[in-house]
Write a protein that binds this ligand. Structure first.
Ligand SMILES: *Cc1c(COP(=O)(O)O)cnc(C)c1O
Length: 495
């Protein structure tokens, strides 16, 4: 399989190189174009376990790994890490379904991919005979950071530095990161928002000097953000898994299309759904759900992507994003691999903060995507309502999806079964969830965790409960313009 940079013909990679590099040298994102080679017979997955489905789906995308290698890698990656055997359980809530993706070690859906990525990277390194240490730089809106730290800590031949927006993550998210164990990990707050942190990291990757320092220290920079194709591939699998569950339970017949509602930030999770669709999964609509930072809602409706707007800090911080990186991959796919178009739109976004996509591309997009947004008030109401009516407790991100689903059903119901992707445990955002169901909002996130448990009886994930007794290891804070210097300093310490 050839992976193309989205920005120019000059940069292609096979799947191992794409995983190892993370981002193409021209700043583009490695993307496959030939989905004919990646078709999956859904019927053949029906009798498989969750890990077998994952190995099959991921192996079809990253096809430089043999099926045996992929099987071994996936089994080792997921072994004993998830609360349930089927990893991503599908719950019926009223007439609709919630796909619980948060049963992994850090209680957010990012675990599904970040359990696998370190193993993909080390396997790719071995295959390519790369000797350098891999230094992972990651910007996080809260959940990626912890899931990446958990995935990479003490993995030989790797090192990881996570940047998070100072004051932009929940108490629990921060505690998860700054207490991380491991000899090869670093965590640093950035004075700015997630977009600043993400831009800072992207700039470091594109900086010749930074790559030079890394080379001098016997290291190589790479990314664990969803710009890495190795992050995206594992997420494609759970769309197939959820579909199989619906068929096996008699909720749909094999071949019936399904709507997936996806709480969206960087457009990674929903793009994985588009990959699944292109690989042969019967998908009716992918519904892109945004919070008050509704740049994608406007884009899908109007074709104008305009980041020049107020940035809101919301109760769903992992979706507080105005520059959705993976949309670039979608523009590339939907334009039939038009490098020049993508490069020019991305240049406009960088220089002017706005671009307009061609009408034909938007028409293609609207055949398969729908969009909606819900602000905090609507999301929190949804949490309260779903708890009252169905006794089901959802987190603030999932609630954005649920509220958007309600709008979708009211305005453009197509009659097919709906699955809302649930991206985090309610206990990661206890204060807001508690306030949504009871009106109470104690000062501390951990106090809220206890009260939420007392009120609902829903079990607290063990790894979250034990956080409060752990000491913080990391206190660094940098200005957003000093991230490059910070990394340089860290690289020196490796050399
Ligand atoms: C990362 C994240 C999202 C957004 O996913 P994208 O792939 O960035 O669109 C939504 N919810 C939670 C809880 C997350 O951690």
């Amino acid at each position: 399989m050839i992976f193309y940079s989205t920005r120019s013909k000059a940069h292609t990679a096979d799947s191992t190189e794409a995983v190892l590099r993370g981002i193409a040298p021209d700043g583009g994102l490695y993307t496959p174009v030939d989905f004919d080679q990646m078709q999956i017979d859904v019927g053949a997955l029906l009798n498989m376990s969750a890990t077998e489905i994952s190995a099959t789906v991921i192996g079809r995308i990253l096809n430089d790994f043999t099926p045996q290698e992929m099987r071994g890698l996936i089994d080792a990656a997921y072994d004993g890490k998830f609360e349930t055997e089927d990893m991503t359980p599908l719950e019926k809530v009223g007439d609709d379904f919630v796909l619980e993706l948060f049963r992994g070690p850090t209680s957010a859906f990012k675990d599904v991919a970040l359990s696998v990525l370190p193993r993909l990277i080390t396997a790719a390194k071995d295959k390519l005979g790369v000797k350098e240490e891999i230094v992972i730089l990651t910007a996080t809106s809260g959940d990626t950071g912890k899931a990446a730290l958990e995935g990479f800590h003490d993995v030989p031949g790797t090192r990881i530095i996570v940047f998070y927006p100072d004051g932009g993550v929940s108490d629990v998210q921060k505690a998860q990161m700054v207490t991380q164990a491991g000899g090869n990990v670093g965590v640093c707050a950035v004075k700015g928002n997630f977009d600043d942190a993400q831009t800072g990291v992207k700039n470091i990757f594109a900086d010749d000097q930074a790559n030079g320092w890394a080379a001098q220290s016997g290291a190589r920079l790479s990314s664990a953000n969803s710009i890495n194709i190795g992050r995206l591939a594992p997420q494609v699998a759970y769309y197939f898994k959820a579909y199989c569950d619906l068929v096996l339970r008699g909720e749909i017949r094999l071949g019936d299309p399904v709507n997936f509602v996806v709480p969206t930030g960087n457009f990674g999770d929903i793009l994985a759904g588009e990959f699944a669709r292109r690989m042969g999964l019967p998908v009716a609509k992918l519904v892109c759900a945004s919070n008050a930072n509704n740049v994608l809602t406007d884009f899908i409706k109007t074709g104008v992507y305009d980041r020049r707007r107020e940035f809101y800090r919301t109760a769903s911080p992992s979706m507080d994003i105005l520059v959705s990186s993976n949309l670039e991959r979608y523009l590339f796919l939907a334009s039939g691999g038009d490098f020049d178009l993508v490069a020019s739109l991305m240049a406009k976004l960088r220089e002017n903060g706005v671009y307009t996509a061609p009408e034909a591309l938007m028409n293609t997009m609207r055949e398969h995507f729908s969009a909606g947004c819900a602000d905090d008030a609507r999301a929190l109401q949804a949490i309260g309502r779903v708890w009252d009516e169905h006794g089901y407790l959802m987190d603030t991100h999932t609630a954005v999806g649920w509220a958007v689903l309600e709008g979708f059903k009211a305005n453009e119901d197509n009659g097919w079964v709906n699955v809302v992707l649930s991206t985090a445990s309610p206990y990661k955002f206890s204060r807001d969830v508690l306030s949504a169901i009871s009106g109470r909002q104690p000062e501390s996130g951990f106090g809220a965790m206890d009260m939420l448990h007392e009120t609902t009886g829903v079990p607290v994930p063990e790894r979250l409960a034990e956080l409060r007794s752990k000491a913080a290891r990391f206190t660094d804070v940098v200005e957003k313009d000093n991230m490059l210097e910070y990394v340089k300093d860290k690289l020196k310490k490796i050399g």
